[in-house]
Design a protein around this ligand. Structure first.
Ligand code: URP
Ligand code: ZN
Ligand code: ZN
Ligand code: ZN
Length: 460
């Protein structure tokens, strides 16, 4: 039976309208004022916004799967439940192969992990952690299998490739109009600085950000931009965290390079004083790039406001404090890098962006949904409430208040970096392809997520 959402305000990245929305099966079939019941099940959503399901374009739900204490605390099952409960209806997870394995094998294993096990829709960025003729040949096949975006690393010794390899991969991906995201940090410099601090016996979490200062990121961003200029590929910078990196991006845009920039909630609402929390709790915030200064945070908010930053995703990569983060108790460089966040992004950005007046709700929709869908070949199936699109709809109640806490979260991890932070607004109900899958922060229909096959769109 069809569903009629009546009395809400539909919001897109451009405008808001007081209209009713009819859903039939998996799709939105009618939008208009005062729609007749016509046998539909009517849901009164007055007082609420109807938002396109949020898309998180950067999660690591299954990093190091099977590698014991280093495998992420969440998996597809728990991470996707936490996502959808709060309004994220699609994740683009980082499929990360092990050394020596093919991209195709990695795709098969990620499908096995996700299939029947995800409560939101999903697709992947395929990570390229080494470069050879076999992997080069696979690029086209992976794109034909519906994965149109890739990720490479300039840091982490187990994941990074050389500049030459990045250039070759870019040239290959560019031929097919695919999208390549890069983790921008100068890996050599990070290694040097870790060695320097460790040698001096400076082993507390306090030293983590000092091994990855803003210049380490900005240099890598600048280098990536120059390599991409040579390869004639649009640039996609993931988890950008500093003012200096944004300045490098601006220089590239002035010379007419196409640059997409992602930042994450942690860089907007947390800062680097947290590394000095007592009792080793600074380890909870160890991620790369690290949390930054208040000054960087202001520059990032400005970038979000003025459009220098295109999207906000989470880089969700959860490790428990007890038993995982504590592996680095005597050496910060052994602390697994990453923080949870797939659950909290919508409420954080609504609270600290929209209700503070920094950004409009329309802008938030661009940052968390529509512009992500456009960038990653999901639009208009995802990212917008319009006739013919998937009925991924968040019924957003702007009047609720809450407090983020590990004791109430759905993420399967023993802490949250946002503990005690107050929130305003939340998802009252979440529809995934027409099915109500969450209500008042609880999942009511599990594992309804499906793989989204993407086709390259040359319009981005
Ligand atoms: O610390 C982080 N961000 N861990 C996840 C992997 C990455 O760098 O994206
Ligand atoms: Zn990264
Ligand atoms: Zn400190
Ligand atoms: Zn990441």
């Amino acid at each position: 039976m069809s569903i009629l959402l009546k009395g809400g305000i539909v919001v897109s990245a451009k405008k808001r309208r007081q209209v009713d929305v009819r859903i039939d099966g998996e799709k939105i079939v009618e939008i208009g004022t005062n729609l007749k019941e016509n046998g539909s099940n009517v849901e009164d959503v007055s007082g609420c916004f109807l938002l396109p399901g949020f898309i998180d374009a950067h999660t690591h739900l299954e990093l190091n799967n099977g590698k014991g204490s280093m495998s992420t605390a969440d998996n597809f099952n728990t991470g996707s439940k936490a996502a959808v409960a709060k309004g994220t209806t699609t994740v683009i997870d980082m499929a990360t192969p092990s050394k020596g394995s093919s991209l195709k094998d990695c795709l098969v294993s990620w499908n096995q992990l996700a299939q029947g096990n995800s409560s939101c829709d999903y697709t992947y960025h395929m990570s390229i952690i080494e470069w050879n003729s076999t992997i080069k040949k696979e690029i086209k096949e992976i794109i034909n299998a519906g994965i149109t975006s890739f990720k490479m690393y300039m840091a982490y010794d187990n994941l990074r490739t050389t500049d030459g390899e990045i250039f070759e991969a870019m040239s290959e991906i560019g031929q097919f109009h695919g999208m390549l995201g890069i983790h921008c940090e100068n890996g050599d410099m990070v290694n040097e600085m870790i060695a320097k601090f460790v040698e001096k016996g400076n082993l507390a979490p306090h030293y983590h950000p000092l091994t990855r200062p803003d210049s380490v990121e900005a240099e890598a961003v600048e280098r990536y931009l120059m390599i991409a200029d040579l390869a004639k590929l649009p640039v996609n910078i993931v988890h950008l965290s500093t003012k200096r990196s944004l300045e490098a991006v601006e220089r590239a845009r002035i010379r007419n390079q196409k640059v997409y920039v992602e930042t994450c909630p942690q860089y907007l609402v947390l800062d680097d004083h947290l590394y000095d929390e007592p009792n080793f709790e600074g380890a909870k915030y160890v991620c790369s790039p690290p949390l930054r200064s208040f000054n960087d945070q202001q520059a990032l908010w400005n970038g979000v406001i003025n459009g220098q930053i295109n999207t906000i995703s989470t880089d969700h990569c959860s490790f428990n404090f007890e038993g995982q983060k504590t592996i680095g108790k005597n050496d910060f460089s052994k602390i697994p890098n990453g923080m949870p966040g797939v659950e909290t992004r919508p409420e954080l950005i609504y609270t600290y962006g929209v209700t503070t007046g920094k950004i409009s709700l329309e802008r938030m929709i661009g940052l968390l949904s529509e512009d992500i869908a456009r960038q990653f070949d999901l639009f208009p199936q995802k990212g917008i409430i319009q006739v013919g699109s998937d009925a991924d709809i968040v019924v957003w109640d702007p009047l609720t208040i809450g407090v983020i806490s590990a004791t109430t979260q759905l993420q399967n991890v023993d802490y949250t970096p946002y503990e005690g932070m107050q929130t305003k607004g939340s998802a009252r109900a979440v529809y995934l392809r027409g099915q109500k899958v969450a209500e008042n922060g609880k999942v009511i229909a599990e594992n309804q997520g499906a793989f989204i096959f993407r086709k390259i769109s040359t319009s981005h």
